[in-house]
Design a protein around this ligand. Structure first.
Ligand code: GAR
Length: 216
């Protein structure tokens, strides 16, 4: 039985696309059965449409309180018997109640090597700071934003002349590799969240989930 997975987006949806591609493999432990956007007409919804995946828009602007948006979202996810949620460029903070309810079944991708550069304007801040390595992280979502334990990370070099856009594009390529990898690990229970930490079962060797920037 493949785990019924929902992907939540707010925009372009390139990570959604990489997850759809991975899930279309003959053998994959997750099936994307629903795509939800909090932004009407988000371009990423086209990827769901092209793949024949049901989609829903739950516009946060229609709710006065964050909890009401979270409840509406939760109701749809329960109704669809979702077992796993992937946030993929979903730019809404989810409340503590929602996060607690979905703990261990809610993962996110962030375009930095967490805990560096939490929040927004990530690539701009990375370039400004002069770091030589940035990257991306797939992590379990916990109540504090961008703070949950990592499942997979990829390191990406930062060139001395990199613009924000150049770095963003390089990191995005790595995101498209690690998100499917992390989804597979969570869905087939090779990893789990326990006492606020990621516990690795079958994947004990760091080489399995570190993407080496030298590989190009
Ligand atoms: C991605 O770079 C993702 O890591 C980032 O938004 C972008 C969405 O792109 N997410 C965050 O910054 C969350 N804190 P996409 O819509 O093409 O997948």
């Amino acid at each position: 039985m493949r785990i019924r997975t929902a992907v939540l987006i707010s925009g372009r949806g390139s990570n959604l696309k990489s997850l759809i591609t991975a899930c279309s493999a003959e053998v994959f432990p997750a099936e994307i059965v629903l795509v939800i956007s909090n932004v009407p007409n988000a371009p990423g919804l086209n990827h769901a449409r092209a793949a024949g995946i049901p989609q829903q828009v739950i516009a946060h602007t229609e709710f006065q309180r964050r909890e009401d948006f979270d409840s509406a979202l939760d109701a749809v996810l329960q109704e669809e018997k979702i077992g796993l949620i992937c946030l993929a460029g979903f730019m809404r903070i989810l409340g503590d109640g929602f996060v607690a309810r979905w703990q261990g079944r809610l993962i996110n991708i962030h375009p930095s090597l967490l805990p560096s550069f939490r929040g927004t304007r990530v690539h701009e801040r990375a370039v400004e700071s002069g770091v030589r390595i940035s990257g991306c992280t797939v992590h379990y979502v916990t109540p504090e934003m961008d703070s949950g334990p990592a499942i997979v990370q990829a390191a990406v070099p930062v060139g001395p002349d990199d613009t924000t856009e150049a770095l963003a594009a390089r990191v995005l390529e790595a995101e498209h590799k690690i998100y499917p990898q992390a989804l597979k690990m969570v869905a087939d229970r090779s990893v789990r969240l326990e006492n606020g930490k990621t516990v690795f079962g079958a994947y004990r060797c760091a080489g399995e989930f570190l993407i080496n920037p030298a590989e190009g």
